[in-house]
Design a protein around this ligand. Structure first.
Ligand SMILES: Cc1cc2nc3c(=O)[nH]c(=O)nc-3n(C[C@H](O)[C@H](O)[C@H](O)COP(=O)(O)OP(=O)(O)OC[C@H]3O[C@@H](n4cnc5c(N)ncnc54)[C@H](O)[C@@H]3O)c2cc1C
Length: 389
C-alpha cells in the first residue's frame, strides 16, 4: 500500500523527532518512520550545552526536558593516574551570563521523551513505529520508501535521520559502511546511593588517562550517575555494540588513582559501543532527500555534541525551508560548523589520551588555563543561536 505525499523522516531518534517538530512548526505534514517497536533510547547520558538548549527552546521542547535535567556546577578535569585536579570550570551564573543559556546533563531517554511529548502536540505529525526502511528510490519530485513489512510510502521531501549506519546515506552518498575509529565506549548507569559519598559526584568529571579517559555526571534529576569509559583498542566482534562485564574497563584502567577506581569499579555491567565514523560528506542531499544528525556527521562523542548537532540540524532545516530555500543549499548552512565539531572531537580524543611526555605538558597547559579563557575558546560552539521558526 502506498500512502500520499508528505515529508517523510526515516528514524525516530533525536534527529528524527527534532526535525519532525521543526518541519511541523513551519506547516509541513510529517510522517516519522522508526524501525524499533517504540520510540526509546538505551540508558545513557548526554550533556546539553547552551547551543543545544537554544535549539530545544525554539522547538518548544525545552520545558518538557528541563524537569528531568540536572544542573551541574562545575566541569572538573583530572589526571586519572595521579588523581590531581587540573582545572575546575564553572558552569554557574558566569557561564550562563556568557552564553545566555544554561549547561545541563540529562538521560537520553528523558531528552527523547521530551521531544516525543512535544511532537505529539502537533496534529500534522504522524509517528509510526516498527517501520524499518529497506530500500529507497530517489527521483526528482518523489522519494519512494519501502519498509520491511512490504509497505511503501512516497514523499516530496525525505529526511534521513537514521543514525550512523544510515540506509538513506547509502542512497545519497554511497560511501560504504562506517569505519571503526579505534575507540570503544563503555557506558553504564549506577544509582547515586552507591557513590554519594564520593567527592564532587554531582559535577561533570573528566578523567584523562593514557589511551583512554572517563567521564561521569548525574542524570535523571540527580538520581543516577552516567559513566562513559573510552578505551583505545581493536574491535574484535561483529556488530556495533554488546553488553559486557567490567573486565576490560578494569584492565585498561588498572593504574587509575583510587578516586577514579572508586567510580569505575562500581558497575558490574557495561554496554560497549564501537565508535565509528565516515569521512566528511561533501554532499548531504540527492534531489529532495537530505541527511541530518549522525547519518551525515557521526562523531566521536568527546565534544559532547552529537545530539546537539542533530537538534541544531533540525531547527536549521526548518528555517531553511521556511525561507523558501532549496534542499540542495542546506548543507552550506551546516557543513563548516559540523565539520569543525567532528574534527575538534577527534583532536580532543588525542589530547585526553596522551602518554608521557606529552601527558605532562598537556596537564601543565590545562592547569594554567582559566575557566574564562577556556570558555572564551569555546565561544564559537556555545554562543551559537538557533534561528526562530
Ligand atoms: C558514549 C556516547 C556519549 C555521547 N554523549 C553525548 C553528549 O554528551 N552530548 C551530545 O550532544 N551527544 C552525545 N553523544 C552523541 C549522540 O548520542 C548522537 O550523536 C545522537 O544520538 C545522534 O542522534 P540521531 O538521531 O542522529 O541518531 P540515532 O540516535 O542513532 O537515531 C537513529 C534512529 O533511526 C532509527 N533507524 C535506523 N535505521 C532505520 C531504518 N532503516 N528505518 C527506520 N528507522 C531506522 C534507529 O532505530 C534510531 O531510532 C554521545 C554518543 C555516545 C556513543
Amino acid at each position: 500500500m502506498t500512502t500520499g505525499i508528505t515529508t517523510g523522516i526515516i528514524g525516530g531518534g533525536i534527529a528524527g523527532l527534532a526535525s519532525a517538530i521543526a518541519l511541523a512548526k513551519i506547516g509541513k505534514d510529517v510522517e516519522v518512520f522508526e524501525k524499533a517497536s517504540a520510540f526509546e533510547e538505551v540508558g545513557a547520558g548526554l550533556q546539553i550545552g547552551p547551543n543545544a538548549v537554544s535549539a530545544l527552546k525554539v522547538l518548544g521542547a525545552y520545558d518538557a526536558i528541563e524537569q528531568q535535567a540536572f544542573a551541574p556546577e562545575h566541569i572538573l578535569i583530572r589526571d586519572g593516574l595521579t588523581g590531581k585536579l587540573l582545572n575546575r570550570l564553572h558552569l554557574g551564573d558566569s557561564f550562563e551570563k556568557m552564553f545566555k543559556q544554561p549547561y545541563r546533563v540529562i538521560h537520553r531517554a528523558d531528552l527523547l521523551n521530551g521531544l516525543l511529548e512535544t511532537a505529539k502536540t502537533f496534529s500534522n505529525i504522524n509517528l509510526k513505529t516498527s517501520k524499518s526502511l529497506t530500500s529507497l528510490e530517489i527521483n526528482k519530485n518523489s522519494n519512494e520508501c519501502t519498509f520491511s513489512d512490504d509497505t511503501t510510502t512516497n514523499h516530496e521531501i525525505l529526511v534521513g535521520a537514521d543514525g550512523f549506519r544510515s540506509i538513506v546515506r547509502r542512497h545519497i552518498i554511497n560511501d560504504g559502511p562506517p569505519v571503526y575509529a579505534g575507540h570503544s565506549l563503555f557506558r553504564s548507569l549506577i544509582p547515586i546511593e552507591n557513590v554519594k559519598n564520593i567527592q564532587n559526584i554531582l559535577d561533570v568529571n573528566l578523567w584523562l588517562y593514557p589511551r583512554g579517559h572517563v567521564v561521569h555526571y548525574p542524570v535523571s534529576n540527580g538520581t543516577k550517575i552516567n559513566i562513559v569509559a573510552a578505551v583505545e583498542q581493536n574491535w574484535e566482534k561483529r556488530g556495533w555494540s554488546l553488553p559486557t562485564d567490567s573486565t576490560q574497563v578494569l584492565e585498561h584502567f588498572k593504574k587509575a588513582h583510587d578516586s577514579l577506581m572508586a567510580i569505575i569499579s562500581q558497575p558490574h555491567e557495561w554496554l560497549k559501543w564501537a565508535a565509528a565514523g565516515h569521512p566528511h560528506a561533501s554532499t548531504w542531499h540527492r534531489n529532495n532527500a537530505v541527511l541530518i544528525g549522525d547519518a551525515v556527521h557521526p562523531t566521536l562523542p568527546y565534544m559532547a555534541q552529537g545530539a546537539a548537532m542533530a537538534i541544531e540540524d533540525a531547527v536549521c532545516l526548518g528555517s531553511h525551508l521556511n525561507n523558501n530555500r532549496e534542499i540542495k543549499d542546506y548543507a552550506q548552512v551546516r557543513q563548516t560548523r559540523t565539520q569543525k565539531i567532528v574534527d575538534t572531537s577527534t583532536r580532543l580524543g588525542k589530547i585526553y589520551h596522551m602518554t608521557n611526555p606529552s601527558r605532562i605538558a598537556r596537564n601543565l597547559v590545562i592547569q594554567n588555563t582559566s575557566s574564562i579563557s577556556q570558555f572564551k575558546r569555546m565561544s564559537w560552539l556555545y554562543s551559537w543561536r538557533a534561528p526562530e521558526l
